[in-house]
Design a protein around this ligand. Structure first.
Ligand SMILES: C=CC1=C(C)c2cc3[nH]c(cc4nc(cc5[nH]c(cc1n2)c(C)c5CCC(=O)O)C(CCC(=O)O)=C4C)c(C)c3C=C
Ligand SMILES: [Fe+2]
Ligand SMILES: [Fe+2]
Length: 343
């Protein structure tokens, strides 16, 4: 990719985004921007506007704001401050021939401002790393579309490389494995749950190349035909994590969380699985949330607190969340490596 001429490489790290504060108006503004994205709620535009403005924004925003208040810290939202910390550490590691910027797909700092920062630094090429290990149209696809929309307005469009998936990158797997080992060293676990953010099944079928994915055993192996299938990537991440941690098949379950609305989302649902596990006598669970590389509402609150409470209510005794990659040194090394591999 390099021309042989000296010049800076721009690195754009992008995560989903979070409200500016846990207040109801800020959460409502965030949910509106997020859920009006046609890649996130992929229904006809008029229905999406009615659903988001008529139901989700008025009714969900106050409930979500309450949960965001629980999550909020002195440094603000974890998704944002972990992103800023990661940006700083990766910048230090890559040095002066690189400029590393952080953008959020929704809210701030925006992708527009992050790309402007790179343009101001006169970068020759840009490497975009959406911070989602598994490609989904709603996340990585949406980031790619937004970046192309913004740079499409520039007079000079530099070389751009997108890192679309890193679901089985050894550095990503090792980061989670190392964090999990700190918990596994302290006690034995009866069972392991890999809980991924869900998506509507319809989105998996739409993203499938030539009808390859049937939401069945087709996702049990990972190869060029299903490289971008979110379900196949979640299974691949789980297999690699199980391998790295010597977890035998039968001792782990892949499940999906955070569904919204009445349409079928990817199954099994984590909240059902944890009840089944408790009913089958499983007492202790180590729970991973490997669709995220930074802790956020979905990991800390949903997996770490809500699922724990439900598991214990159902008869389980010990539920432990594996914290996300955040600024773990192996993860910082991995991001540096992903950038270098993309050049
Ligand atoms: C793997 C990453 C994510 C996918 C895929 C995804 C899909 C998706 N999400 C919603 C609806 C909501 N998600 C919410 C929060 C949220 N989602 C992700 C990531 C993915 N979403 C993150 C990182 C977060 C948390 C951000 C934070 O601030 O900590 C929320 C808001 C919270 C709530 O009210 O529950 C909603 C709503 C849909 C519809 C969707 C569809 C594919
Ligand atoms: Fe989400
Ligand atoms: Fe499949």
């Amino acid at each position: 990719m390099k021309s042989g001429l000296p010049g800076k490489t721009g690195v754009l790290l992008v995560n989903l985004g979070t409200p500016d504060s846990p207040s109801v108006p800020h959460v409502r503004k965030y949910l509106r921007e997020f859920l009006l994205d046609k890649r996130v709620i992929d229904i006809p535009a008029v229905n999406r506007y009615l659903l988001v403005n008529g139901i989700i924004a008025p009714f969900r925003a106050p409930k979500s704001a309450k949960i965001y208040k629980e999550l909020w810290t002195d440094r603000g939202s974890p998704l944002l401050y972990h992103g800023l910390d990661l940006q700083k550490l990766v910048q230090e590691r890559l040095g002066k021939n690189y400029h590393v910027a952080l953008g959020m797909r929704y809210q701030s700092p925006s992708i527009e401002s992050a790309l402007q920062e790179l343009q101001d630094k006169v970068v020759d090429r840009i490497i975009v790393l959406p911070l989602f290990p598994q490609y989904a149209s709603a996340t990585t696809g949406s980031v790619q579309e937004k970046v192309m929309e913004v740079v499409g307005t520039w007079e000079v469009i530099p070389d751009i490389k997108f890192i679309s998936t890193f679901c089985n990158h050894p550095g990503f797997i090792n980061t989670f494995a190392e964090i999990a080992q700190t918990h596994m060293a302290k006690r034995d676990y009866d069972h392991f749950v890999f809980s991924y953010h869900g998506v509507p099944e319809r989105q998996i079928l739409k993203a499938s190349t030539k009808g390859y994915c049937q939401l069945g055993a087709c996702c049990n192996t990972y190869h060029s035909r299903n490289r971008y299938c979110y379900r196949a990537q979640c299974f691949e991440t789980s297999r690699q994590l199980a391998k790295a941690l010597n977890i035998p098949e039968g001792k782990y379950t892949v499940a999906f969380q955070s569904r919204l609305g009445k349409d079928p989302w990817l199954q099994p649902y984590t909240d059902n699985i944890l009840k089944e596990l408790a009913a089958n006598g499983v007492k202790s669970v180590l729970a991973f949330s490997p669709a995220f590389v930074a802790d956020c509402l979905e990991t800390t609150i949903e997996v770490g607190e809500e699922f724990k409470e439900e598991f214990e209510k159902a008869g389980g005794e010990h539920w432990q969340l594996v914290e996300s990659c955040n600024t773990h040194p192996t993860w910082v090394n991995t991001v540096v490596q992903l950038v270098q591999e993309a050049e």
